[in-house]
Write a protein that binds this ligand. Structure first.
Ligand code: KG4
Ligand code: ZN
Length: 344
C-alpha cells in the first residue's frame, strides 16, 4: 500500500504539473476527483505571432511561468506545499524541451518536501478528465481521444489499464483542424476558429469524402481531407471565385465528425458496456459534442463529456491520472525522465 493512503482520514491531496506543449498548468485535486484549483497559463498569444507553437519559445515561457503557476494553484486551493500528499507530473508524450521543465520542477518539489512523485502519460490524463467531470463514471468503457497529436479509440479496462483499439494512420484530428484553418486563412489556433466560423456555414454546401478505410477497421486517416480542402481552395482561386470560408469549414468539420462518431459507436458496440467517453482538446468542439450526444441518444449509449476547460491541456486531469497510478503502482523515483514519445 503506498504511503499516506491508510494512515489518515483527511482528504488525499495531489498537486499536478503539466507542461507538455504550450500551456503551463498546475492543479490541486482531492481524492483524485475533486477539483480544488486549476491554473492554466496559456501561451497562445505568443505563438499566434508565428502561426503555430515554436518549441524553444514555449520552453522559455514555461521556465518563466512555472513557479508562479504552482504557487497560484496552492493559494487558490487554500493550502501550502506541506499539505500535499502526492506530486504528479506529465512526463510524455509532448515537446521534450517543455516536458523536462515540468519534470524538473516536480522532482525538486518532491525531493525538497519529501513527497512521493509520480510520472503521468498525458493521454491517460485526457481520459481521466472525465473522472472529474462525471463523478459517477467508472471503468470499463470506450474512449474517443482526439487531440492535437493523437486520435485513438481506447478501451479503458480499469483506471490504469488501457488498450488501443484504433489510431490515426497519419494526421491527428486536431492537426487536420489546424492545417485546414491555415489553408483557409483562419490562422492559429485553428480548431476553435473552425468551430466558430462553421456555425455560420452550410455543412452540405461542399462535400468532402468521408474516409473509413476498411469496414471493420477502427483506425482513422485525416491527411486526405486536408489535401482535398487544399485542392478545392486552389481550384476556386484559379477560377477566380471567392471562397466561402464558413461553408468550407462546415463541410470539412461535418466529414470529420461523421467518421469519428460512426467509428466510436461501432467500437462501443463491439467492446464497450454502452458507455462512450470523449477526451482531448478537440472534445471542446461544439459540433462533435452535439452530434455525439444525438447519436448516443439514438443508440442507447451513455455519453460522458469533459467540461470544456478540462478538454484542452490542464493539470487537473494529470492529478487524477496520477492519483490512480499511485494507488495501483506506487511512486516513481527521482530518475523519472521525460519522453517525447510515450505509448498509451
Ligand atoms: O489536447 P490538446 O489541448 O493538446 C494536445 O495534447 O495536443 O489539443 C489541442 C488541439 C489543437 O489541435 C486544437 O486546434 C484543438 O485541440 N482544439 C479544437 C477546439 N479546441 C481545441 N478543435 C476543434 N474545435 C475546438 N473547439
Ligand atoms: Zn493534450
Amino acid at each position: 500500500m503506498p504511503k499516506n493512503l491508510n494512515d489518515k482520514c483527511e482528504r488525499f491531496l495531489t498537486l499536478a504539473i503539466e507542461s507538455s506543449c504550450d500551456e503551463t498548468a498546475a492543479a490541486v485535486v482531492a481524492d483524485g476527483r475533486e477539483l480544488l484549483s486549476n491554473v492554466i497559463s496559456s501561451q497562445i498569444e505568443t505563438h499566434t505571432l508565428y502561426g503555430g507553437v515554436v518549441p524553444e519559445i514555449a520552453s522559455r515561457q514555461h521556465l518563466t511561468n512555472i513557479n508562479d503557476v504552482i504557487s497560484s494553484a496552492l493559494t487558490e486551493a487554500d493550502i501550502t506545499i506541506k499539505d500535499i500528499d502526492l506530486i504528479a507530473v506529465t512526463h510524455g508524450p509532448g515537446l521534450i524541451g517543455t516536458l523536462v521543465i515540468g519534470v524538473a520542477a516536480a522532482k525538486a518539489l518532491a525531493l525538497a518536501n519529501d513527497i512521493p512523485l509520480v510520472g503521468v502519460n498525458h493521454m491517460h490524463g485526457h481520459i481521466c478528465s472525465n473522472f472529474i467531470s462525471s463523478k459517477e463514471l467508472i471503468p470499463p468503457f470506450v474512449s474517443l481521444v482526439v487531440s492535437g497529436g493523437h486520435t485513438n479509440l481506447i478501451k479503458v479496462k480499469d483506471y490504469t489499464e488501457f488498450e488501443v483499439l484504433g489510431s490515426t494512420r497519419d494526421d491527428a484530428v486536431g492537426e487536420a483542424y489546424d492545417k485546414v484553418a491555415r489553408v483557409i486563412g483562419l490562422g492559429y489556433p485553428g480548431g476553435p476558429k473552425i468551430d466558430e466560423i462553421a456555425k455560420k456555414g452550410n455543412p452540405d454546401a461542399i462535400f468532402f469524402k468521408r474516409v473509413y478505410l476498411n469496414k471493420d477497421s477502427l483506425d482513422f486517416s485525416f491527411s486526405g481531407i486536408k489535401t482535398a480542402v487544399l485542392n478545392y481552395v486552389n481550384t476556386e482561386r484559379q477560377a477566380g471565385r471567392e471562397l466561402n470560408t464558413a461553408d468550407i469549414a462546415a463541410g470539412f468539420q461535418e466529414a470529420v465528425v461523421e467518421v469519428l462518431i460512426n467509428k466510436s459507436v461501432d467500437a462501443v458496440k463491439r467492446y464497450g458496456n454502452e458507455k462512450l467517453v470523449l477526451a482531448g482538446g478537440v472534445a471542446a468542439n461544439s459540433r462533435i459534442r452535439k452530434a455525439l450526444a444525438q447519436k448516443c441518444e439514438q443508440e442507447g449509449i451513455k455519453l460522458h463529456l469533459p467540461e470544456k476547460v478540462l478538454c484542452t491541456d490542464n493539470a487537473a486531469m494529470i492529478a487524477c491520472a496520477g492519483y490512480y497510478k499511485y494507488l495501483d503502482k506506487g511512486e516513481d523515483d527521482l530518475s523519472l525522465d521525460a519522453y517525447a514519445d510515450l505509448p498509451f
